[in-house]
Design a protein around this ligand. Structure first.
Ligand SMILES: *[C@@H]1O[C@H](CO)[C@@H](O)[C@H](O)[C@H]1NC(C)=O
Ligand SMILES: *[C@@H]1O[C@H](CO)[C@@H](O)[C@H](O)[C@H]1NC(C)=O
Ligand SMILES: *[C@@H]1O[C@H](CO)[C@@H](O)[C@H](O)[C@H]1NC(C)=O
Ligand SMILES: *[C@@H]1O[C@H](CO)[C@@H](O)[C@H](O)[C@H]1NC(C)=O
Ligand SMILES: *[C@@H]1O[C@H](CO)[C@@H](O)[C@H](O)[C@H]1NC(C)=O
Ligand SMILES: *[C@@H]1O[C@H](CO)[C@@H](O)[C@H](O)[C@H]1NC(C)=O
Ligand SMILES: *[C@@H]1O[C@H](CO)[C@@H](O)[C@H](O)[C@H]1NC(C)=O
Ligand SMILES: *[C@@H]1O[C@H](CO)[C@@H](O)[C@H](O)[C@H]1NC(C)=O
Ligand SMILES: *[C@@H]1O[C@H](CO)[C@@H](O)[C@H](O)[C@H]1NC(C)=O
Length: 889
C-alpha cells in the first residue's frame, strides 16, 4: 500500500514552473441557469489555470451543459461543487465504459487521464470501479504503470439473473453478477485491463464505471443494459500550483485564498483549498468571504433584561442579542420554576452567581475543589482568567492593552469619567486584556454612556471619613473641620456645639473687685473642669467595661499574678509625655503605638486604638483577655491596660527593634540590611513556636487571625515576638472551626477562610506560609507586576515553584549561605502551608518541628512550669460576661 501511494504521487503530472497570477475576478459566468463559481470559469482570463470550462448545448434537448478538458480528454460535468466548505471541492461527472469482448480477443484495455492538473479521483472518498460482465477479470493500474490498484473477477451474469436482483446488491466480495475494485489511492490516470477467464463462444459485453461505494440506488440491470450515465463519478479538485498550504502561503503572489477572513487547507489529493472562516462565501475572490458577524453591541438596546431571578445582569453582560457588549459576555438565563431557581450560565459548566463591574470579577459556582477550573468551565482563556480566589474569575472586555485600546475605535470605556484598567493573569502576570472602571469620585457603570455619576461621598461617612462639615462636589468632596466651639458628633454626623460651656456671666463693678472676682471664678472654673474630666474618665472607664475587667482580673488570682495591671491615665500620660507625637513608634490597623517610660523605669509600648467604636472596644478587651493568659518568650507580653481614656490603652513590653517587615523590606541608606540564612531560620522557628503554642498549648486554642510580618516584633537580638491580638479568637480544642466575618490582611488571607468564612488553625498556617515566602524571597506580600497590577506573593510563589528554577525565586543572599537542600526544604514547607485546601496544610506543630530539624536544633522546651494559659476558668467568665468577645462552647 505504501509503495502504491508513493507511486501515485510520482505519476502526478510534472509541475509547471510558470507562475500563475491568481486573478481576483468575479466574472459570474453562467451556463444555462447554472452560475459557475470561481476559480472555475468559461474563459482562461476568468478562471484559474486549469479551471476553464466550456459551456456546450445538447443538440437534441437544447439544454446547456459544461465540458471540462480539451478534445482528447473531455468530460461532461454534471455539477460543480466549489463550496466554501473545503470538503465539498469536487465535481460530478461520469466515468463509464462499455467494451465488447469479441470472440478470439482475450484482452481489452481502457486508459483514462484527468483532463487537467487540478483534478484527480480521490483515494479517500470511498470511490470504486465497478465491473458488470461474464467470466472476466478486471485489473486497475495506476497511470501507465504495472502498479495495480486492485483486481476483481465476475464469474458470470446473465440478463435474466440481473433482472431478478433487487436494488443495491452488487456483491463485490463474492464476485457473482458484478464486482468492484476499491480505489484507495489518488488517481490522475489509470489503465483498466479486462481479460476473459474462459473461452466462451458468444461475444460478451462488459460494463465498467466509477462510482461511490455501496451506492444504495445501484440497479444491476441498469448497469447490464448500459444505462451507466446515472452513476456519478466524483472528481476532486484542488489548487495544484503548490503541494500544500505551507508552501502556498509563502508563495504570496500566487496564493489563491485571496479573500479576507479566509483559511487554507491541504487537499487530500495534493495542493490546497481555500474556504471562508464563516463557512459561507467564496474565498477565491477578493472580498468573497463575508465579514465575520459581529455579535455584541457598543451600547445596550432598550428594554434589555437586567436581571435573572435575583441576580442582576449589568452591561456589558447580557442575555439577549443587543444587550451584551461582546460574545464572550453573553450569558444564558434559564427562568426559574416553582421548584427550581433561575440559573444564569456563562458556559454549560459555569453557573454565574454574581457579576462585579467595579472589581471585574465574576463569581462562578464551583463544582468541587481547586484545579484547572478555567478548562473545566470551558471559559475562553483569552478573555477570562483566574483571580486567585476560588469561584472568582477575572474578566476583560477585550484582549487589547489599555494603551492600545484607548487609541482604538472599539474602546469600550464608554462613559465620561471612566478609566481603563489592565488585567493580568494572577500567577504568570501575563497580560489578559482591559476592563473599565469609573474614575475616582464617580460610581456606576463605565460601559454605558454617562454611566459614571458623581459619588456623593457625604452620604457614605463610613467610607469617606469626614469629622466636620462635608460638602459634596462634582467628582470629589470637601471636608471642613468643625468651627471653634463645636465638636463633631458622630451620631448626628455633623458639628454640634461643644458640651462643655462656661455659662458664667459676671457683672463687673470696680477695679479691686474685678481681680478678686476673677480669682474666685478661675478657681471655681478649674474645680468644675476637673470634676467634669473626672466624671468623663469614669464614664469612659465604665464604657470600656473596666469595672468588669477589673473584677475579673482581681477575682482570678493567677491572672493578677501574671502582672496584668490596670494603669491610670495619668500614669500613662506621664510615661508618654502626654502622648507626644515624638513618642509615636508605629501605627497599625488597630491603633497608634507610643513608647513610654513608667515611673519604675520600665520601658513600655502603649497602644492607643484609633476609633472608639464598639467593635474596637470589643477587640481591645479581646486582646486583653487573650494576652493576659499567655506567657511565652516569643509572644509580646502585656503589662496591663488603661480604661479611663476615651479610647482604650494597652501597655506592653517594649520591643525595641521594629517589625520583621521593617527588617525584611525597609531600606536603610538605600539598601536592605543583610539577613543571614541562620537568622531567617531562627526567626521563622520562633514564630512557628509561638503559633504552635497559641494553637495547642491548652484547653482553648487561640487563633491569631492576623499573622503577618508587621505583627512580628524583633528585640535587639532579633528574637521574634508575635504581637497584635486584636483580631484573635479563642476556640476550644474539640471544636474544629468557627464561622466569623472575614478579617485579616490582604496578601496573608487564607483563601478558604475568605471563601467560606470558616476559621481554623490552618488559616494561621497559611499566613505563616506567606511569612516563610517573604523570608525566602525577601519580597513584599503584595507585589506589583510589570503592568502595575497588584498580585499576591503567595500566588506568584506557587507559580514560580512550578515554573522556575528555585535560584531565580529566592533571595540571592540565601543562595550564597545556605545549602540547596535546606532552601528547598523551606520552600517546600512554604508551599505546603500555602495549599489551597486546608487538609493538605501541615499543622503549626509539624511546621515548627520541621523548621527545628532544618535549623539542626533539638526541640526547645516550650512551656515552663509558670507558662501556659491561665486556664479554662477565666475564659468561661469572659464568655459569660462579654459574650461577643470569647467564643467558647
Ligand atoms: C432547439 O432550438 C432550436 C432553435 O432555437 C429550435 O428550433 C428547436 O425546436 C429547439 N429544440 C427543442 C427540443 O427545444
Ligand atoms: C483552457 O485554457 C487553456 C489555456 O489556458 C487552453 O489550452 C484550453 O484549451 C482551455 N480549455 C477549455 C476547455 O477551454
Ligand atoms: C489529441 O488527439 C489527436 C488526434 O485525435 C492527436 O493527434 C493529439 O496528439 C492528441 N493530443 C494529446 C495531447 O494527446
Ligand atoms: C467511506 O465509507 C466508510 C464505510 O462505509 C465510512 O465510514 C466513511 O465515512 C466513508 N468516507 C467517506 C469520505 O465518505
Ligand atoms: C494492459 O493491456 C494492454 C493491452 O492489452 C497491455 O499492453 C498492457 O501491458 C496491459 N497492462 C498490464 C499492466 O498488464
Ligand atoms: C489480484 O490482486 C491480488 C491481490 O490483491 C494479487 O495477489 C493477484 O495477483 C492479482 N491478480 C492479478 C491477475 O493481477
Ligand atoms: C460576484 O458577482 C455576482 C453577480 O454580479 C454578485 O452577486 C456577487 O456579489 C459578486 N461577488 C463578489 C464577491 O463580488
Ligand atoms: C438569590 O436567591 C437565592 C435563592 O433563590 C439565594 O440563595 C441568594 O442568596 C439570593 N441572592 C441575592 C443576591 O439575593
Ligand atoms: C486578540 O483577539 C483577536 C481575535 O479576537 C486575535 O486575533 C488577536 O490575536 C488577539 N490578540 C492578542 C494579543 O491575543
Amino acid at each position: 500500500m505504501v509503495s502504491l501511494l508513493v507511486l501515485a504521487v510520482l505519476v502526478l503530472p510534472p509541475a509547471t514552473i510558470a507562475t500563475v497570477t491568481t486573478a481576483t475576478r468575479n466574472c459570474s459566468d453562467t451556463c444555462g441557469s447554472d452560475v459557475i463559481p470561481y476559480p472555475f470559469g468559461l474563459d482562461p482570463s476568468c478562471s484559474l489555470p486549469g479551471f476553464n470550462l466550456t459551456c456546450a448545448v445538447d443538440k437534441h434537448t437544447n439544454a446547456s451543459f459544461l465540458m471540462l478538458g480539451t478534445d482528447n480528454s473531455t468530460l461532461k460535468v454534471s455539477q460543480v461543487f466549489a463550496d466554501s466548505n473545503p470538503y465539498l471541492s469536487y465535481l460530478h461527472t461520469s466515468l463509464s465504459y462499455t467494451t465488447k469482448m469479441i470472440p478470439g480477443v482475450r484482452d481489452s484495455s481502457i486508459h483514462w487521464e484527468a483532463p487537467a492538473r487540478p483534478f484527480a479521483i480521490s483515494g479517500s472518498s470511498n470511490i470504486s470501479l465497478f465491473v458488470v460482465g461474464c467470466d472476466v477479470t478486471a485489473s486497475l493500474y495506476i497511470g501507465n504503470s504495472v502498479v495495480q490498484v486492485g483486481n476483481c473477477t465476475v464469474v458470470c451474469t446473465e440478463a435474466q439473473i440481473m433482472e431478478k436482483l433487487p436494488v443495491g446488491t452488487c456483491d463485490a466480495m463474492v464476485g457473482i453478477r458484478c464486482c468492484s475494485i476499491g480505489i484507495q489511492v489518488n488517481l490522475r490516470a489509470f489503465t483498466l485491463n479486462i481479460s476473459r477467464i474462459s473461452d466462451s463462444p458468444r461475444p460478451k459485453q462488459v460494463q465498467a464505471f466509477i462510482a461511490y461505494n455501496m451506492n444504495p440506488t445501484f440497479r444491476p440491470i441498469d448497469a447490464y443494459s448500459g444505462l451507466l450515465e446515472r452513476y456519478v463519478a466524483q472528481l476532486d479538485w484542488s489548487i495544484p500550483y503548490q503541494p500544500n498550504c505551507k508552501h502556498a502561503i509563502e508563495d504570496k503572489d500566487n496564493y489563491a485564498c485571496v479573500s479576507d477572513h479566509s483559511n487554507c487547507q491541504d487537499s487530500p489529493i495534493g495542493g490546497y483549498l481555500c474556504y471562508c472562516q464563516s463557512g459561507e462565501g467564496n474565498a477565491y475572490i477578493d472580498g468573497g468571504c463575508p465579514n465575520p458577524p459581529v455579535y455584541g453591541s457598543i451600547q445596550p438596546r432598550t428594554n434589555c433584561p437586567t436581571s435573572c431571578g435575583n441576580m442582576s445582569i449589568p452591561f456589558p453582560f447580557g442575555t439577549e442579542l443587543g444587550c451584551f457588549a461582546k460574545l464572550h459576555l453573553y450569558l444564558t438565563c434559564t427562568p426559574g420554576t416553582t421548584v427550581l431557581p433561575p440559573v444564569l450560565k456563562l458556559t454549560d459548566q459555569a453557573l454565574v452567581t454574581d457579576i462585579s463591574i467595579d472589581d471585574g470579577i465574576l463569581q462562578v459556582h464551583e463544582a468541587s475543589g481547586p484545579g484547572d477550573f478555567m478548562a473545566r468551565w470551558n471559559l475562553d482563556p483569552a478573555l477570562y482568567t483566574s483571580s486567585g480566589q476560588w469561584g472568582a474569575v477575572k474578566w476583560v472586555i477585550d484582549n487589547m492593552t489599555c494603551q492600545h485600546a484607548m487609541n482604538n475605535s472599539d474602546y469600550r470605556c464608554f462613559s465620561t469619567h471612566s478609566d481603563c484598567v489592565d488585567v493580568t493573569e494572577d500567577r504568570t502576570l501575563k497580560h489578559v486584556g482591559y476592563r473599565c472602571r469609573c474614575s475616582s469620585g464617580f460610581e456606576g457603570n463605565p460601559y454605558i454612556q454617562d454611566g459614571c455619576t458623581d459619588t456623593n461621598e457625604c452620604r457614605e461617612p463610613d467610607k469617606y471619613i469626614c469629622k466636620g462639615t462635608c460638602q459634596n462636589s462634582f467628582g470629589s468632596y470637601t471636608c471642613t473641620s468643625c468651627p471653634r466651639g463645636t465638636d463633631f458628633n458622630s451620631v448626628a454626623g455633623k458639628c454640634k456645639p461643644t458640651t462643655i460651656i462656661l455659662g458664667v456671666t459676671i457683672g463687673i463693678s470696680s477695679g479691686g473687685g474685678v481681680l478678686f472676682l476673677a480669682a474666685i471664678v478661675a478657681i471655681l472654673t478649674r474645680r468644675w473642669k476637673k470634676s467634669v474630666q473626672k466624671r468623663q474618665r469614669k464614664r469612659h472607664f465604665r464604657k470600656n467595661r473596666g469595672i468588669l475587667l477589673q473584677q475579673l482580673i482581681s477575682s482570678d488570682q493567677s491572672a493578677s499574678d501574671g502582672g496584668t495591671k490596670i494603669f491610670s491615665l495619668e500614669e500613662l500620660q506621664k510615661a508618654t509625655n502626654n502622648f507626644d507625637h515624638t513618642r509615636v513608634v508605629g501605627r497599625g490597623g488597630h491603633g497608634t503605638v507610643y513608647k513610654g517610660i513608667l515611673t519604675d523605669q520600665r520601658v513600655v509600648a502603649i497602644k492607643k486604638s484609633t476609633l472608639a467604636v464598639i467593635r474596637e472596644i470589643d477587640e481591645f478587651i479581646n486582646e486583653v483577655s487573650i494576652l493576659s493568659q499567655i506567657n511565652h518568650r516569643n509572644v509580646v507580653k502585656l503589662h496591663g491596660c488603661c480604661l479611663e481614656s476615651e479610647v482604650p490603652l494597652l501597655v506592653y513590653e517594649f520591643v525595641s527593634n521594629g517589625t520583621l517587615y521593617d527588617l525584611l523590606h525597609r531600606e536603610q541608606n538605600g539598601s536592605l540590611s543583610p539577613l543571614s540564612w541562620e537568622e531567617r531560620l531562627r526567626i521563622s522557628t520562633e514564630i512557628a513556636g509561638a503559633l504552635t503554642y497559641l494553637h495547642s498549648a491548652a484547653s482553648v486554642s487561640i487563633l491569631h487571625r492576623d499573622v503577618k510580618c508587621m505583627n512580628v516584633l524583633l528585640t535587639d537580638s532579633y528574637t521574634a515576638k508575635v504581637s497584635d491580638f486584636g483580631a484573635s479568637r479563642l476556640i476550644p480544642i474539640d471544636q474544629t472551626h468557627l464561622v466569623t466575618a472575614v478579617q485579616g490582611t490582604f496578601g496573608y488571607l487564607d483563601p478558604e477562610y475568605y471563601h467560606t468564612g470558616q476559621l481554623n488553625e490552618k488559616s494561621d498556617v497559611y499566613s505563616f506560609g506567606v511569612i516563610l515566602v517573604e523570608l525566602l524571597t525577601r519580597r513584599k506580600p503584595i507585589i506589583q507586576n510589570e503592568h502595575g497590577e497588584k498580585q499576591n506573593l503567595s500566588n506568584y510563589f506557587l507559580w514560580a515553584m512550578r515554573e522556575r528554577p528555585l535560584e531565580e525565586t529566592v533571595d540571592p543572599q540565601i543562595l550564597e549561605e545556605a545549602n540547596e537542600e535546606g532552601v528547598l526544604c523551606m520552600a517546600q514547607l512554604a508551599e505546603e502551608c500555602l495549599c489551597l485546601t486546608r487538609v493538605q496544610r501541615p499543622t503549626m506543630k509539624d511546621v515548627e518541628m520541621r523548621l527545628q530539624l532544618l535549623a539542626g536544633r533539638r526541640v526547645v522546651p516550650r512551656a515552663g512550669p509558670h507558662e501556659g494559659l491561665k486556664g479554662h476558668n477565666l475564659a468561661v467568665k469572659l464568655r459569660e460576661t462579654l459574650g461577643v468577645v470569647v467564643l467558647f462552647r
